[in-house]
Design a protein around this ligand. Structure first.
Ligand code: RTP
Ligand code: MG
Length: 138
């Protein structure tokens, strides 16, 4: 077993579309344990740290605006290989082409706004998980 904790965010589009329950249902159905949950109105300082790797990219400023557009649900979840497992549950970044059966593939909408509103975030490595959990659950 390789029990990991990871940070999941239900982004403002997911909260606004009343998909929090549906996304939590999928996480719980997969067998992951909910360790902590917070509703957060993210500010620019938190988001700049969270998305530091994307600074300077064309989608960076619109992404920060979108992520401040409403509350985000931050989840600390745990389970065997939960980091990789949640990324698999979420599907690939672009909801238009994310596989059916995944959160983004089943529930994501193409709003014609590039690839920004894709419902969820999941940490992509153990190092990211440690860093991001410390940010959102400080
Ligand atoms: P996340 O970090 O949110 O779990 O998503 P990810 O790893 O699949 O995607 P990443 O490349 O880390 O990008 C972070 C978020 O930035 C937005 N994005 N927009 N070309 C674009 O317009 C574009 N590319 C990325 C998405 O909200 C993505 O989830
Ligand atoms: Mg990422």
């Amino acid at each position: 077993m390789n029990i990991e904790e990871t940070l999941v965010l239900i982004k403002p589009d997911g909260v606004a579309r009343n998909l929090t329950g549906e996304i939590l249902r999928r996480i719980e159905a997969k067998g992951y344990q909910l360790v902590d949950v917070r509703l957060v109105q993210a500010d620019v300082d938190l988001l700049a740290e969270h998305y530091a790797e994307h600074e300077g990219k064309p989608f960076y400023e619109p992404l920060l605006d979108f992520m401040q557009s409403g509350p985000t649900v931050a989840l600390r979840i745990a389970g065997n290989r939960a980091i990789e497992g949640f990324r698999s549950l979420a599907g690939t970044t672009d909801p238009t082409t994310a596989a059916p059966g995944t959160i983004r593939g089943d529930l994501g909408r193409d709003w014609g706004l590039a690839v920004q509103q894709n419902l969820v975030h999941g940490s992509d490595s153990p190092e990211s998980a440690t860093r991001e959990l410390a940010l959102w659950f400080r």
